[in-house]
Design a protein around this ligand. Structure first.
Ligand code: CDP
Ligand code: MG
Length: 147
């Protein structure tokens, strides 16, 4: 998910483009203004933490772009491309390392495990995602040997 700061800064498609160039495939994409109820569901795991109220405030302040990316090792690849939570610790070359300075303006949310990905996809895309194959996928997946 591109958080509000990414859209406000006008770099939404620049950031999405990184994932697409890496080889991941969009299975869903949506721009929306997040209400408090959705924000609380999305950040339920962080309830009670010192940064929770600020997180909810930021994500409801302005639209986000939610997306689902598919591909081999998608979760690990996206997490590594996004970089460390605290941008001053993020490596250069990662999104946070290249574009962000502080934790509450770190531009991107990324699911951290198959279980959280499944529940987040259900939350943001209750109508489901779009399944399709691209011809190029067999050149980027070991499951689909070129023939
Ligand atoms: O986004 P990520 O999975 O890397 O971090 P998280 O631990 O799931 O925390 C969610 C969000 O809370 C982060 O992306 C930050 O925006 C914020 N946060 C923060 O501002 N300061 C912290 N020490 C931890 C999290
Ligand atoms: Mg997280």
């Amino acid at each position: 998910m591109l958080k509000p700061d990414a859209i406000q800064r006008g770099i939404a498609f620049e950031l999405l483009s990184r994932f697409e160039k890496r080889g991941l495939r969009f299975a869903a994409l949506r721009l929306l203004k997040v209400d408090r109820a959705m924000a609380e569901k999305h950040y339920a795991v962080h309830k009670g933490k010192f940064f929770y109220d600020d997180l909810v405030k930021v994500i409801t302040a302005s639209p986000v772009v939610a997306s689902v990316l598919e591909g081999p090792n998608a979760i690990a690849v996206v997490r590594s491309m996004v970089g460390s939570t605290r941008p001053h610790e993020a490596t250069e070359g990662s999104i946070r390392g290249d574009y962000a300075l502080v934790g509450l303006r770190n531009l991107v949310h990324a699911s951290d495990a198959p279980e959280t990905a499944a529940s987040e996809i259900a939350l943001w895309f209750p109508e489901g995602v779009v399944s399709y194959a691209r011809d190029i996928d067999r050149w980027m997946s070991e499951d689909k040997a070129p023939s």
